[in-house]
Design a binder for this molecule. Structure first.
Ligand code: SAT
Ligand code: MN
Length: 611
């Protein structure tokens, strides 16, 4: 599409300003067509950045620069006008100063390259809950990934009309090309000290520079759908959350939808695609990473998955751990930083089998002996631990029919969880909304090996799994959740709010062995949650919440009755320590902005534990 065909004058002006600043050789407005995808792949093949995979139709492998392999949290900024609005858990730079620095970096940054303009919708095009963004980028790799992860193209411009709202997103890899120069197999990016992933919450803008990887570059995902959307949600009265959405059907055919937030490495994608071991139950996927939720006219909370694909961690994904993910990536998939086998397929640690043939190319492009087993060897990884697949959600065999319903799906339950070897029971229902917000606010995982400045055994708290993704002060964020509950109650809709639960698949016994098998067996806890939402008499009220009544969750094979009882009981001493840790080390981080009702909740639980 030609720039002059653009109906939106503001958008056209913004693109022209970007072109004048970044001085690309040419400008292309993306139409989102399959032909455009193939043309971009051709550009990437010519630059020797993509390797076609013989074993998977229409699929390609990329190897990034070893310095550009993950989100860079220490280069990620929330540049609100006041530092206090960004809060203590976000990096902050004054927006004028940051724009000044970045304008300097953007100057001439696209020389020798094409500037792609990607109009995209987060959420089904035209949905009331969806939002439009436009990403300007000089990376064809970003274009193909955005094709899969979002809805791109002309249909989005049609919805935008001549004056619609969009989030403007600048992205440059920060590697201009001299005349005649080509990337020639070297992943283009800028050095770490020039990387910036910047968010301007007041003006709803995203400026990213220097990285081509994942959430740093695919700006619809964490930047728009979480950091900027969390600010929009605060201002407009809805929720933008780091949550999977699943559909669950019981043996009688009744359906509920649940949304769940976990810190990284807790198996969110696995839970979203779980295959229940409980006979007659069915789980289907609506989303695996992000949920946008708005109160509907009936008082219920309706959720959409703003994304259109999965950007999943590859290592650890196998037919055993996530069969449906393995099925989703059989074709039309982009792989980044995986190993390449002799027969032209990808491979990674814990894929479920050793690598075929004699040799394998690792993620850095080096030839190595093909591993006989899929066990990881630290420091010798074939795939980078953050290697990824980008696959269309519609390829998931258990994608729910409603996954693209513009109305969204009504949520019955929220689940929070983390890796907690001790203290936290298998599943626990909050006593009420505020107690549920308390549960979300103390979410975290215990760290196993001593890392950075934290001792092993310390709980690294990641409230609502949103710490790296909230575009404003976390104290205000907790308050937003509390206000949403209060408003629903004031409108007589308190009982229509999702019930809130805390789960823990990672309890260990004295011998350091997992007490719960996890994966498909987690359906037992989901079934209990399902029945709880219907008010079934399957719980006992305790000091910390509503726990499963003995016998209400049938233990899976290999879990003894004693272990089951242990998994579902109150560890009074452990909880006293938990409360003390939250009081001394966690809540004070948020200063005055921590809602008073959360301290009251802390006092109330402590009193019950002592009483
Ligand atoms: O790279 S992403 O931000 O998209 C994924 C992640 O780091 O959680
Ligand atoms: Mn995520």
């Amino acid at each position: 599409m030609n720039l002059n065909e653009l109906k939106h004058a503001g958008l056209k002006k913004w693109i022209e300003e970007a072109e004048a600043l970044m001085t690309p050789d040419s400008v292309e407005v993306c139409d989102g067509s399959p032909a455009e995808y193939d043309r971009m792949i051709k550009v990437l093949l010519d630059a020797k950045l993509a390797t076609p995979l013989k074993a998977r139709p229409h699929s390609y492998l990329f190897r990034s620069d070893p310095s550009d392999v993950a989100r860079v949290e220490n280069r990620t900024y929330i540049a609100s006008k006041s530092q206090d609005d960004a809060g203590p858990t976000n990096n902050w730079i004054d927006p004028a100063e940051l724009k000044n620095t970045m304008t300097g970096l953007y100057k001439g940054c696209m020389k020798g390259r094409t500037m792609y303009v990607i109009p995209f919708s987060m959420g089904p095009v035209g949905s009331d809950i969806a939002k439009i963004g436009v990403e300007i980028t000089d990376s064809a790799y970003v274009v193909v990934n955005m094709h899969i992860m979002t809805r791109v193209g002309t249909k989005v411009l049609d919805v935008l009309g001549s004056d619609g709202f969009y989030v403007p997103c600048f992205h440059s890899i920060g590697k201009p090309l001299a005349a005649g120069e080509s990337d020639n197999g070297k992943w283009p990016c800028a050095p770490l000290e020039h990387k910036y992933i910047s968010h301007f919450p007041e003006t709803r803008e995203i400026w990213s520079y220097g990285s081509g990887y994942g959430g740093n570059a695919l700006l619809g995902k964490k930047c728009l759908a979480l950091r900027i959307a969390s600010v929009l949600a605060r201002d407009e009265g809805w929720l933008a959350e780091h949550m999977l959405i699943l559909k669950i059907t019981n043996p009688q055919g009744a359906v509920k939808y649940m949304a769940a937030a976990f810190p990284s490495a807790c198996g969110k994608t696995n839970l979203a695609m779980l295959i229940p071991t409980l006979p007659g139950w069915k789980v289907q996927t609506v989303g695996d990473d992000i949920a946008w939720m708005k109160p509907g006219a009936d008082g219920r909370l309706y959720a959409i998955n703003p994304e259109a694909g999965f950007f999943g961690v590859a290592p650890g994904t196998s037919n055993d751990s996530n069969f449906n993910a393995m099925e989703s990536i059989k074709k039309n998939t982009i792989f980044t930083n995986c190993g390449l086998t002799e027969d032209g397929d990808i491979w990674w640690e814990q894929i479920g089998y050793g690598a075929p043939g004699k040799t394998i190319i690792d993620w850095k492009g080096n030839e190595k002996p093909a591993p006989q087993t899929d066990k990881p060897v630290k420091g010798e990884e074939i795939a980078h631990p953050n290697a990824r697949f980008t696959a269309p959600a519609k390829q998931c065999p258990v994608i729910a029919d409603e996954w693209e319903d513009p109305k969204g799906v009504p949520i019955s339950a929220f689940l929070f969880g983390g890796r907690r070897p001790s203290t936290v029971p298998l599943i626990n229902q909050s006593k009420n909304w505020v107690h549920g917000v308390f549960m979300g606010s103390i979410t975290g995982s215990e760290i196993t090996a001593a890392a950075l400045d934290l001792k092993a055994g310390t709980v690294r708290r990641d409230p609502f799994a949103m710490l790296p993704f909230c575009g404003y002060h976390m104290g205000d964020y907790f308050n937003h959740w509390i206000k949403l509950g209060k408003k629903a109650e004031a409108e007589g809709n308190g009982d229509k709010l999702p019930k809130i639960f805390f789960c823990n698949w990672f309890r260990k016994n004295k011998d350091d062995k997992f007490m719960w098998p996890g994966y498909g067996e987690n359906s037992r806890a989901l079934a209990w949650v399902f029945d709880r939402c219907d008010g079934k008499d399957n719980c006992v009220e305790t000091a910390i919440g509503n726990l499963p009544k003995p016998g209400s969750i049938e233990p899976p094979t290999g879990v003894s009755a004693e272990d089951m009882a242990e998994l579902c009981k109150v560890d009074t001493e452990g909880w006293k320590k938990e409360i003390a840790d939250v009081r001394a080390n966690h809540y004070p981080k948020f200063g005055d902005k921590l809602p008073k009702v959360l301290y009251e909740e802390l006092d109330a639980i402590e009193k019950r534990l002592n009483g």
